[in-house]
Design a protein around this ligand. Structure first.
Ligand code: B3K
Ligand code: ZN
Length: 875
């Protein structure tokens, strides 16, 4: 617990620090009951902040949960009355404009359950310092604009912790009495404290090498506990691909002699880009064909690349303050998305990213925590590692890329890196570099960073046949968000195509990029002989909601004919959404739910033609999720959404039963498992077909069982298990249970596989879901101190198991978990509570039930993390 009522920090209050720390020497001695951290800091007055006529200001350092044992200034011990321990910090009178401060602190990593600062995971020591974890290690100016050259000496018991790692390059090592040893590391690149890392453990590693474009050789090492050593190859291969790609696409080369990754089981996020020593959540780095699904292979490739790309976009150029977080995160997500698109299928990657954005980021933008890509204020920065900062931030960079084009964007990124290398920069610095190198006016565009909320476009059209003139009229708007009632028009790139009755593109360039800058603007197209069908927002050229009054037939037409792969999928989604919404209305009116013929026909056409692109077909067969249906509803009807979606899937399964069987057979693997884009798409399509087959025929259950027993990879095995678990057919419950047992017994020693096992059960919507989840919390496989386990079980249940969660018992369950967790791990508690904070989307009774659980949480003594989220939700 830091504070009962945390204070709000404002961007407008930013000022440079009073002092800089040019050099930081750490000596960390690790023991089983505590650690001793000695920090020697070379402190220097920041002249630009100081009025020479005034006294030197006190040096005020951040520090949390530290026991100060000794403090020295310029080599002399200072008694306790010579400094002041202030809340969450230490105030030291400055002995001069430049001086050396040395502190010795005692901390207890083994009792640190927040997984922030220095803590223990499965017997190894590791750190997580971003955003403000370093202050739990030692007293410091824990802010990203204070950049320092770090040396770190680590000492520990040699047999328990043979491996001792920190940032930069290893300098020297040696032994100490009592079976201890030490290693010294030096990182030549000045960095903020949030990029500091330390690891100590009994680890093995795999090693590889990479020769940079200028011919320097870099050693690559991935460290894990010995039992996982066979799961490193994919991450290493991904890393090498990412290093090459960043050289080719951005001209960025790696700068140290060694690049290390460590896999850790207890980790709050996916991974962390500490300079030269990335630390990863095990589930985001370790993979083998028999234990990881295709999605985890792809996730690993993306996250390894993301953290590596941070070496430039984040580390070499870092953030001036945490309001600039999207400077590194939005840009780096854009970079990793383009990398994944280049390595795999571009349109599938786009579809996945847009689905996430529309479902989860749009919901965030419409909820109580809505904030701009560059927020103006926060209480707890950990709450701002959001989809808005990351995914919407990446969309904003993507729009700049679209406006400038590839070459000018590259000029802009070159200028940005060159100008700000070694600095702590701002979003404004990034935009200014793009503007200058791209020779473009981005003034109005900057509003994307300042305005929260999802803009909406209303598009109408008319055709003047006498003149062959087609006109699109576009109006933009954006709803008020907390603290921002007025919204100004944005600069929006709107990519459109026009399609004739034969399905051909009519514009000579295929797709035209319209630039919308006014609130309402018209765009005309000449020389048309008939009214075309517009294909709007191709490739999802801006993170907005677009409304155009398509007929069902037009959507079916676009689904079959649009030359833009993304828009074909989107037309399919929109058509499904419409049909589902009509089914929901029927359900609520207690009428039979019917599937419109136009949708059945459209799927008939889709499934009737030979499969040219399995990935595209697979994406279209995935019906809009319940979460997406919830996001686009003004009032969420949980049971009706679920029933409608089930009915539509069952309908397609029945009508196209024969075709799904053919697809299933046609997609059987040839050759051993490979995580290539082509094989992944084929496997995914096969498993989608399996899911449909299992809905319409008992034979599908048999097929799933066979597939499970014969699988040579985790994707096929897990999808077969999921098919059994989610099946509502007679007798499938017992079968599912026996396969869940079989799966558990086989994989119980592998935490990553057990996460899958927990999540598939958490998402199972059969009767008694909450009781099953509660029972699983008692299971030996569950560990309430492990964020992955919490996410797989409680997180999945509350966010995906709509019918299981949305009742008074489900709400009370989540509140209980969040309250209990907040004392141990505030960051995870404040994330898990999210489903309750969306209460305004639900009908009155549910609203009141959810809200009363939030009030119950709010009545507790809360961490700043949870306090911020819950208080903003109750406003
Ligand atoms: N920068 C880290 C996130 C740290 C989160 C701290 N609460 C991972 C990433 O975005 O690469
Ligand atoms: Zn990142």
């Amino acid at each position: 617990m830091k504070d009962a009522q945390p204070r709000t920090i404002y961007l407008k209050d930013y000022r440079q620090p009073d002092y800089w720390i040019d050099r930081t020497r750490l000596d960390v001695a690790l023991y089983e009951t505590h650690a001793i951290v000695e920090a020697t800091l070379d402190v220097r007055l920041n002249d630009s902040q100081h009025d020479a006529n005034k006294h030197l200001p006190a040096l005020v350092l951040d520090g949390v949960d530290l026991e100060l044992e000794e403090l020295c200034l310029n080599g002399s011990v200072v008694e306790a009355d010579g400094y002041e321990l202030v809340p969450q910090g230490l105030s030291v009178p400055a002995p001069g404009a430049a001086f050396e401060l040395k502190t010795r602190c005692r901390i207890e990593p083994q009792n640190n359950t927040s997984l922030e600062g220095l803590y223990k995971s499965n017997g190894m020591f590791c750190t997580q310092c971003e955003a403000e974890g370093f202050r739990k290690i030692t007293y410091y100016l824990d802010r990203p604009d204070v950049m320092s050259v770090f040396d770190c000496r680590i000492s520990a018991d040699k047999s328990l912790y043979p491996v001792l790692l920190s940032n930069g390059n290893e300098q020297t090592r040696g032994d100490e009495p009592e079976g201890r040893h030490w290693v010294e590391w030096h990182d030549p690149f000045p960095k903020p404290a949030y990029l500091f890392a330390l690891v100590a453990g009994d680890l093995q590693h795999v090693s590889d090498r990479f020769v940079t474009q200028s011919g320097r050789e870099v050693t690559l090492q991935l460290f894990t506990e010995p039992r996982n050593i066979h799961k490193c190859d994919h991450a290493i291969d991904s890393l090498k691909r990412a290093m090459r790609w960043d050289e080719e696409v951005y001209g960025r080369e790696y700068d140290l002699d060694i690049f290390m990754i460590v896999a850790v089981d207890h980790f709050n996020m996916g991974a962390m880009e500490n300079k030269g020593l990335n630390i990863f959540n095990s589930s985001c780095v370790l993979a083998s064909a028999d234990t990881a699904t295709d999605s985890s292979f792809q996730r690993i490739e993306a996250i390894v690349a993301h953290e590596y790309f941070h070496n430039w976009s984040g580390n070499r150029v870092t953030c001036r303050d945490w309001f600039q977080l999207s400077l590194k995160e939005g840009f780096t997500v854009f970079r990793d998305a383009e990398f994944s698109a280049d390595m795999n299928s571009r349109s599938v990657k786009r579809i996945e990213d847009v689905s996430l954005l529309r479902t989860a980021q749009f919901a965030e933008d419409a909820g109580p925590m809505s904030h701009p890509v560059r927020p103006e204020s926060y209480m707890e920065i950990s709450n701002f590692y959001t989809l808005t900062i990351y995914e919407k931030g990446a969309e904003v960079v993507r729009m700049i890329h679209r406006l400038l084009g590839r070459d000018r964007f590259r000029k802009g990124s070159d200028l940005y890196f060159e100008r700000h290398d070694g600095e702590a920069a701002t979003v404004e610095n990034f935009v200014a570099a793009m503007e200058e190198a791209g020779d473009i006016d981005l003034n109005q565009f900057r509003r994307w960073y300042q305005q929260a909320g999802t803009p909406e476009l209303n598009v109408t059209d008319e055709f003047d046949s006498s003149q062959g003139l087609y006109t699109l009229q576009v109006t933009q708007s954006c709803r008020a968000t907390p603290g921002q009632s007025e919204k100004l028009p944005l600069h929006i790139p709107l990519a459109v195509g026009l399609i004739n009755a034969e399905g051909d593109d009519l514009l000579p360039e295929g797709t035209r990029m319209l630039e919308l800058v006014e609130q309402t603007q018209s765009f005309s197209f000449e020389g048309l002989s008939a009214k075309p069908v517009p294909s709007l927002l191709r490739g999802f050229s801006a993170p907005i909601k677009l409304h155009y009054d398509y007929s069902d037939q037009q959507l079916a037409f676009l689904m079959a004919n649009d030359s833009d792969g993304f828009n074909r999928w989107d037309a399919c989604q929109q058509l499904c959404v419409r049909v589902l919404q009509r089914m929901v209305s029927a359900y609520l009116a207690e009428q039979p739910m019917q599937v419109d013929a136009v949708l059945t026909e459209a799927f008939g056409e889709l499934l009737g033609s030979p499969v040219e692109d399995p990935a595209a077909l697979d994406a279209m067969l995935a019906l809009p999720s319940e979460a997406y249906l919830a996001e686009i509803s003004s009032e969420v009807e949980v049971e009706a959404n679920h029933a409608a979606r089930e009915a539509l899937a069952n309908h397609l399964a029945t009508v196209f039963a024969v075709r799904f069987s053919e697809l299933y057979q046609g997609c059987q693997a040839k050759g051993p498992y490979q995580a290539s884009a082509k094989d992944i798409a084929t496997r995914s399509l096969k498993n989608a077909a399996l899911g449909y087959i299992a809905r319409s025929a008992d034979q599908g259950i048999e097929l799933a069982r066979e597939q499970y027993d014969q699988a040579d990879n985790m994707t096929d095995r897990f999808r077969a298990l999921a098919t059994l678990v989610h099946s509502e057919r007679n007798g499938s419950v017992e079968l599912a249970d026996s396969y869940l047992d079989k799966f558990y017994n086989h994989f119980k020693n592998d935490p990553q596989v057990i996460e899958l096992w927990l999540s598939v059960q958490a998402s199972c919507q059969r009767e008694g879901a909450l009781e099953r989840v509660q029972k699983l919390m008692e299971h030996e496989a569950f560990d309430a101190d492990n964020p992955n386990k919490l996410r797989s079980l409680i997180g999945v249940f509350c966010s995906q198991n709509t019918t299981g969660f949305h009742n008074p018992a489900g709400y009370a369950f989540l509140a209980d978990q969040v309250i209990a967790l907040d004392a141990r791990n505030p960051q995870i508690a404040s994330r898990l509570v999210t489903p309750l904070t969306r209460y305004r989307k639900y009908p009155a009774l549910r609203q009141q039930q959810m809200r009363s659980q939030l009030e119950r949480i709010f009545a507790q003594q809360l961490s700043p993390d949870l306090y911020e989220v819950v208080s903003k939700s109750l406003k």
